[in-house]
Design a protein around this ligand. Sequence first.
Ligand code: CAA
Length: 685
Amino acid sequence: MSKAYVNTDRKGAVAVIRLDNPPVNALGHGLRLGIASALKAAEEDAGVKAVVLVGNGRCFSAGADITEFGKPLQSPNLADLIMAIEASPKPVVAAIHGTTLGGGLELALSCHARVAAKDAKLGLPEIKLGILPGAGGTQRVPRLIGAEKALKMITSGDMMPAEEAKASGLVNEVAGDLVDAAAKLAEALADSGDLPRVRDMSVPGDRDTFDKAAAALTGRGRVLPAAKACVDAIKAAIEMPFDKGLAYEYELFKQLVSSDESKAQRHVFFAERNAAKVADMPADTQAKPVSSAAVIGAGTMGGGITMSFANAGIPVTLIETTDAALKRGLDTILANYKRSGRTPQAEIDRRMGLITPTLDIEKAAGADIVIEAVFEEMEIKKEIFGKLDRIAKPGAVLATNTSYLDVNAISAMTKRPADVLGMHFFSPANVMKLLEIVRGKATSHATLATAIAVGRKIGKVPVIVGVCDGFVGNRMLGARLKATEQLLLEGALPHEIDAAATSFGFAMGPLAVSDLAGLDIGMRARRARGVRAAVADAITDAGRYGQKNGKGYYRYDEADKRKPIPDPDVEKIIVEASEKLGIKRRQISQEEIIQRLNYPMINEGAKILEEGIAQRPSDIDVIWVYGYGWPAWRGGPMHHADQMGLKTIRDWLAEQARKSGDASLNPAPVLDRLAREGRGFASAS
Ligand code: CAA
């Protein structure tokens, strides 16, 4: 039987058209066709006075079907449907619940009125996909809520809760009994003969205020094409007649949707959703219920992880070994909550109240999930897992936050390795969204499913990875750090390397990031592996540990402790290191720096894929976008590689390996094979 997409029922003289395209009522061709036919039938039915549009399932509609972008349009397109609704001789009222986004909101805006459920959230998130609302959003929203508010809504992509939408004029009513209220309003409109259309309104608000807000947006830093287009389209709403503005918006939409930036951002959207899908996990795998957590270690990582649980309303026991460490940890958590200035005191109190500090590890017994976040020392971790095996309740998930140690060796300390895995958070753990979930050889599907569900609940983007030194992110970072060290030795200075990285789109360059993270951490990791790095070692030998002591690859002033300032002392250290190794320094171009930072890392990514440490190339992209600041509009390293062409990268690596004698730069076999076949990583996933 073919899928229905909509079903219609009646409430008296009102036809209720229900959108039925799970899971999010994306407005694909079938649903568009279904709505258009149901509307036509209602118009032709003499017994119908008015129409209500409502979504079945969890939301009204999450917008256009993103999978259709870039493919030939099938009629009716969204714009046609929207015109048909607006032109209906019978009033149409949208009854909105859940997330009403993008084209879904634009559909609602073409209706003659809108009623929202209390849980409704309205937004135009297109900017996050590198496009602009292309079905009238930039023209209708300013007419309803004013150009300045529309600018904020459209360029942030943020969602507006129902009550705020009512207050600003985006919806007419907020109601408990959604369909009833919408039907009543629809009937009242029919009785009054009134067919209000947003297109007939003019844009309220002060032009000057809008211009200032627009200039502030386009005047700072890198402005992506989508942001500029949003501003231009809203200007058109103010300046042009409605139909001209609409045509202009659509022109901009067509340009953006075929841009590399938008393709990359759409890639990241789907990559994020695929990253937690486990190829061999049976569909009926159930996550275990988690209503309490314990975190062992109140240092920077443990504190951030604890905050993530408290933020999500999950009670968490924070375990330390000394009063002083526990107090320091709690003080830092409190200071972090206060720092943003955005969390009301009552909310801070509530979150702090969810944290139970203790010096007694036996208290981990009550937790459904225990996360160990102590020093990166195998022996300490093994000891803790031995204890947890004795203490933790049966079935509890036992996770280590190690960033490179062998999860299998840790789980072997327990008699329940199926319950053990890695949950690798990124610093600051209360802010960074990436969560590498490290699957050990004995980790059960239920344990994996639980970690994924918990990760999502605490606002993270989980990605499944396998066990190896550094897992995915840090292993590739290792390749980039090695390249950075070599660049410094051959002639580049820290600010030149960082400038190249920021020109590529990173918010921060690798050396500024190292200073932020603390150079002593890298030093310890190198020592543990017996690795030497002439420049990095000389910098830490000189007592330069990064921002924490005001000097690292840069120096930092009291006036702004976070602003890196190039330091002649560092240049001296670097030049001496080059001299000691007999390397003649030279000027290195920005283009070369970018290649040398990115391509070895991509090669490492290819090896990671080959070894099955990452399930898909797009998982690697998610890791770099959410954990390491890779610009989403460049889609992640593997997507970028596909865009550059794998042959270009393979040839570059082969040449570098030949010139430098560094075997790690030899192209990975999978990269070589795909390049020879003229294919990209995406085709191999
Ligand atoms: N098109 C196609 N598929 C979509 C989709 C869309 N707009 N929105 C969500 N999906 C898919 C997801 O890919 C996912 O599929 P799988 O289960 O196969 O992985 C499924 O629906 C469920 O999505 P989530 O896992 O994200 O569910 P969630 O409950 O966590 O989040 C959501 C729901 C908030 C709606 C989120 O999916 C979301 O933000 N969706 C995108 C919304 C968006 O960007 N809309 C604008 C589209 S562009 C547009 O409308 C242009 C225009 O102006 C004409």
